[in-house]
Design a binder for this molecule. Structure first.
Ligand SMILES: [Ca+2]
Ligand SMILES: [Ca+2]
Length: 174
């Protein structure tokens, strides 16, 4: 998933009533989870960003779309020119010219088997929460959608001179 579509997904996640605008309340609730939410709130938020078709589950198709567009640019950048089209990286990404989607498809199957706790072939929020509880690194496995701790702290510091937000923040509605 490239940066633009990830931003778009993040906006839609903030926009609870899907009217295309963020009310002050939606913005503050989203920002609060984004910057200061607990693990469950942030995991739920990531889940909503990753659920591309919004059906409440991460299906193989959601995972495939996420991995296909987020991994290719990163791998291409990391790979020195001499190694393009060969080597272990290409093997992971799939170097099959007849089927360029082979690599992302294999990875989405791996991600599905990693996250699908009840083995029903799709990842529910429950599956995802349990998986992240066992390994926090899985929270952003499908694409980075939270600020780093340092960045979050910087934003919070900018928002408030003395460590508290200048405005009252409503409790997040998950
Ligand atoms: Ca879905
Ligand atoms: Ca499942």
């Amino acid at each position: 998933m490239n940066d633009d579509s990830l931003m778009d997904r993040m906006f839609r996640t903030f926009d609870h009533d899907s009217d295309g605008y963020l009310t002050c309340n939606e913005w503050l609730t989203g920002l609060w989870i984004f910057l200061k939410g607990n693990v469950t709130e942030q995991t739920t938020y990531c889940f909503q960003v990753y659920d591309i078709d919004g059906d409440g589950y991460l299906s193989k198709s959601d995972l495939f779309q996420l991995l296909k567009s987020s991994l290719r640019p990163a791998i291409a950048k990391a790979m020195p020119f001499g190694q393009r089209g060969g080597g272990p990286t290409a093997a992971v990404m799939g170097n099959n010219e007849d089927d360029p989607d082979e690599g992302p498809r294999d990875l989405s199957e791996m991600a599905l088997s990693l996250l699908d706790r009840d083995l029903d072939g799709r990842v529910s929020l429950e599956d995802f929460l349990q998986s992240v509880q066992n390994d926090y690194l899985l929270m952003e496995i499908l694409g980075s959608c939270l600020p780093s701790g340092a960045r979050a702290a910087a934003v919070l510091a900018a928002l408030s001179g003395n460590g508290t937000l200048p405005i009252s923040v409503p409790p997040p509605t998950a």
